[in-house]
Design a protein around this ligand. Structure first.
Ligand code: 5AD
Ligand code: SF4
Length: 481
């Protein structure tokens, strides 16, 4: 009998992508994904620990599982992802409703763990790995619009930003075999997808070395005899060190009809080589998410970010030099340990200088075990954090609106993703800069649909989106067999 699994993802895009790997592993174990917890035999919550509030939301949701279990006695509940890693004991001891706790590197063991759960025991695996990249697993796309998809290219993070829990929950950084990445992107094209986002905590430190060939040994084996298959020329073989710029270029060439995005860049590692590749290929979107966190060099030092304000602004200048039309977004933390009003003013002035299209803005939330939690008191009062955050939000709102207004009158390529939430008569899509563009569902006699690539004249803007008028339909045919 087919078993049914419902997977709910919290937090970052990486979790959405991981849930698709989990669905694939479970498909081999006889599970089909369903769209609600009520229909499921197994509910998995793929969780996020980045801020305390994120964890609180999930803890509330775990409590709700008690009601579901009361109605369906055979229901099993699992916690995956960062909270599983960080709070294993607490979850198993305090949340009786939880049957299963699995960390981000242990998803291959889900079938065995579920077998144990089936016998009425609790099961847990939170081992982190230095190698696991789920490289060859073909994800089962969940909640898909059939147009855009995520492909994970690396896992973990070695940066140790002082505020961040990710290195503790997702472990050491490791890069996925580029050949499997290119193949997954080619498969997306064959499946009708039009856009991919390459994902990693810090894509700029992507690095893949081909496996070393066995050395000549004393057993009569010469190096030339070893692995003959690896020596024959293969068009797609990666035979030397591959960095992120190389990978991006290989995907752009292998999938010329696929739009390519990526996330997240780190200002200390973002190279001009990557910017040059972005500028060279039309199918790489002109959008970079470049988290700054703070505009004060003093605060950046305490955050252990590895760059200062001047370096960051010089990176922004380089983006503008390579791609004058490139959009830039950022992450900002308000009220980090020791942040003075002067530091905060520096953040506001950096927002003025950088000209972001968009920003994600947060109050600092102390996370256990991090360098900041061990070394610096969380000394900015909550109301001060709140006030500073609001000032940052208000300023960025103005800046975003001004950036969007600047697009009015231009003609943009827009990939249609779905029906607008506000009106069934309208569709929404994104331009290369990643801003949302709303267009009418009809162009002349043609009914537009998700996946269509159109040219739209930008006719208006609001604080968060653009309105456009379709002037042409550009649909490109996939060139892959
Ligand atoms: N408190 C507040 N924001 C945080 N972020 C990461 N850790 C914390 C924290 N402890 C933010 C950073 C990061 C984004 C993903 O989340 O801005 O870039
Ligand atoms: Fe966290 Fe810094 Fe790594 Fe981003 S780069 S995941 S903020 S440690």
């Amino acid at each position: 009998m087919q078993k049914k699994v419902y997977i709910e993802s919290y937090g970052c895009q990486m979790n959405v992508s991981d849930s698709e790997v989990v669905a694939s592993i479970l498909a081999k174990d006889g599970y089909t994904p369903v769209k609600s917890a009520e229909e499921a035999d197994l509910v998995l919550l793929n969780t996020c620990s980045i801020r305390e509030k994120a964890e609180y939301t999930v803890l509330q949701r775990i409590n709700e599982m008690n009601n579901l279990k009361a109605r369906n006695r055979s229901l099993k509940v699992g916690v995956l992802g960062c909270m599983a890693e960080r709070m294993r004991e607490e979850l198993l001891e305090k949340k009786r409703v939880v049957d299963l706790v699995v960390g981000p590197d242990a998803y291959r063991t889900l079938p065995e763990l579920l077998e144990k759960v089936g016998t009425g025991q609790k099961a847990v695996n939170v081992l982190l790995s230095r190698e696991e990249t789920y490289a060859e697993i073909e994800p089962v796309r969940l909640d898909t619009n059939g147009v855009t998809a995520f492909v994970t290219i690396m896992r973990g993070c070695d940066n140790m930003c002082a505020f961040c829990v990710v290195p503790f929950t997702r472990g050491r950084e490791r890069s996925r075999d580029p050949q499997t990445i290119v193949r997954e992107c080619e498969q997306l094209v064959r499946d009708g997808y039009k856009e991919v986002t390459l994902l990693g905590q810090n894509v700029d430190s992507y690095k893949w070395r081909p496996a070393e060939e066995p050395r000549a040994s004393g057993y009569g084996l010469r190096a030339d005899d070893a692995l003959p298959a690896a020596r024959s020329p293969q068009p797609e073989a990666f035979d030397s060190l591959v960095d992120f710029a190389d990978l991006l270029e290989r995907v752009a060439i292998a999938c010329p009809t696929l739009r390519i995005r990526y996330s997240t860049s780190h200002p200390k590692d973002m190279t001009d080589k990557v910017l040059a590749v972005m500028a060279r290929y039309d199918n790489i979107c002109k959008y970079i998410h470049l988290p700054v966190q703070s505009g004060s060099s003093e605060v950046l030092k305490r955050m252990n970010r590895g760059y200062d304000r001047a370096w960051y602004l010089q990176r922004i200048a380089s983006i503008r030099r390579h791609m004058p039309d490139c959009a830039i977004s950022t992450d900002i933390i308000a009220g980090y340990c020791g942040e003075t009003d002067e530091d905060h003013q520096q953040t506001l002035s950096l927002i003025n200088e950088a000209g972001y299209d968009m920003a994600f803005m947060f109050k600092y939330s102390e996370r256990p075990k991090t360098l900041a939690a061990r070394k610096y008191p969380d000394d900015v009062p909550d109301e001060v954090k709140g006030r500073r955050l609001q000032e940052i939000i208000d300023l960025q709102k103005e800046k975003s609106a001004a950036r969007l207004r600047g697009y009015v009158g231009e003609v943009h390529e827009v990939l249609i993703e779905g029906v607008s939430k506000r009106s069934a008569e309208h569709l929404y899509g994104r331009n290369t800069q990643n801003s949302i563009v709303i267009v009418s569902h009809r162009h002349g006699g043609t009914e537009l649909k998700p996946g269509d690539l159109v040219q739209a004249r930008i006719t208006g803007s609001t604080a968060g989106s653009l309105q456009g008028e379709v002037v042409d339909i550009l649909n490109l045919q996939p060139v892959l067999a």
